[in-house]
Design a protein around this ligand. Structure first.
Ligand SMILES: NC(=O)C1=CN([C@@H]2O[C@H](COP(=O)(O)OP(=O)(O)OC[C@H]3O[C@@H](n4cnc5c(N)ncnc54)[C@H](O)[C@@H]3O)[C@@H](O)[C@H]2O)C=CC1
Ligand SMILES: O=C(CO)COP(=O)(O)O
Length: 332
């Protein structure tokens, strides 16, 4: 049986590793960074920090030793929070074979380089010439772990690899659609988190359903604008990894990004919100990266600009929403 190394024992990495172990088409080895957590996982058969209450499959192997996890793997699934991916891969890049199939399930834009994750992974592993794929779409770890019906996109430029991966991940509750536009798939997942912050802020201020629907719709417009400037297909933003994930995270209270927004809208400070969370809300850092990227590409992203000002310039959220409403009137 072929082996998959899963890097990242957070809620999503654990969920996907467990799903693959249950699918039983691959041998699955999950890297858990925290030794104390690994000890609990081994003792209780459960990821008590990030995915409590979910029994892990007996086929799932776990280790805190990343070299053991990577050894002789045929597939590599990266589910480390976006800003740490470069550092983690840099340490172990020599362990990858030539032309490794690297699937990324993380969502974000790297601040340092303003790059989407395909570029980060290609940069670090450039000597190995990786075959890149991205798994993204509306999928809360908790719901997938509860085996609730979920549909996502798998972006890969190499159709044969993409269709092979589609088979490996799919099962009766997890339906994977293949899309050759990997750039569009990865950008949808990264950019929707900014709009989820905005929707949370509006809801936290008590601005109601109209405001949320406006943010989702105009959010999709600015996501697509940046996507097109970066070579993605506009149509991809209408699919699961674009509109699908945007609607999920702007409306679903399981979203960490939406929760951060709600708390900001209710008057809490960003620092205290982040300090109270063990989990990651990728939109916070991705907002900074996208704000800079949009400026450098001269792409208009008014919602992102206001979220940036709330997060990083201490702007009053109410004032930010007023400014969005009072911008020069436009055609749709
Ligand atoms: N949780 C979910 O429902 C979904 C998450 N994702 C994405 O998956 C990626 C991983 O997020 P989650 O699994 O939710 O994480 P999480 O928020 O559940 O856990 C945090 C993770 O960050 C890791 N971490 C903390 N500091 C680190 C460091 N210095 N170096 C390397 N790793 C470090 C921890 O070991 C842990 O695995 C994110 O990009 C997220 O957007 C995508 C779809 C669904
Ligand atoms: O990306 C997700 C669902 O598709 C998870 O969203 P959050 O990171 O906001 O929790």
């Amino acid at each position: 049986m072929k082996k998959i190394a899963v890097l990242g024992g957070g809620s999503w990495g654990t969920t996907l590793a467990n799903l693959l172990a249950e699918n039983a088409k691959l041998e699955v080895f999950l890297w858990i960074r925290e030794k104390e957590l690994l000890a609990e996982v081994k003792a209780k058969g459960e990821n008590t920090w990030y995915l409590p209450g979910v029994k892990l499959h007996s086929n799932l192997r776990t280790s805190a030793d990343i070299t053991e996890v990577l050894m002789d793997a045929n597939y590599f699934l990266v589910v480390v929070p976006c800003q740490y991916i470069r550092g983690v891969l840099q340490e172990v890049k020599d362990m990858f074979p030539v032309n490794p199939i690297v699937i990324c399930a993380s969502k974000g834009i790297e601040i340092e380089s303003l790059s989407p994750l395909s570029k980060v992974i290609n940069d670090v592993l450039s000597e190995k010439k990786p075959i890149y794929a991205i798994l993204s779409g509306p999928s809360f770890a908790k719901e997938v772990s509860a085996k609730l019906p979920t549909a996502v996109s798998l972006g890969c430029i190499n159709e044969k690899v993409g269709r092979d991966l589609q088979q490996l991940f799919s099962n009766s509750y997890f339906r994977v659609y293949y899309n050759p536009d990997y750039r569009g798939v990865e950008l949808g997942g990264a950019l929707k988190n900014i709009i989820a912050l905005a929707a949370g802020i509006a809801d936290g201020l008590g601005f109601g359903h109209d405001a949320r629907a406006a943010l989702i719709t105009r959010g999709l417009a600015e996501m697509s604008r940046l996507g097109i400037a970066l070579g993605a297909k506009e149509r991809t933003f209408m699919g699961l990894s674009g509109m699908g994930d945007l609607v999920l995270t702007c409306t679903g209270d399981l979203s960490r990004n939406r929760q951060v927004g709600l708390r900001l809208g209710q008057g809490e400070k960003l620092k205290e919100i982040i300090n109270s969370m063990r989990m990651v809300a990728e939109g916070v850092k991705t907002t900074k990266a996208v704000y800079r990227l949009a400026q450098s590409l001269n792409v208009e992203m008014p919602i992102t600009e206001q979220v940036y000002a709330i997060l990083y310039d201490n702007k009053d959220p109410r004032q930010a929403v007023c400014e969005l409403m009072e911008r020069k009137l436009k055609e749709e």
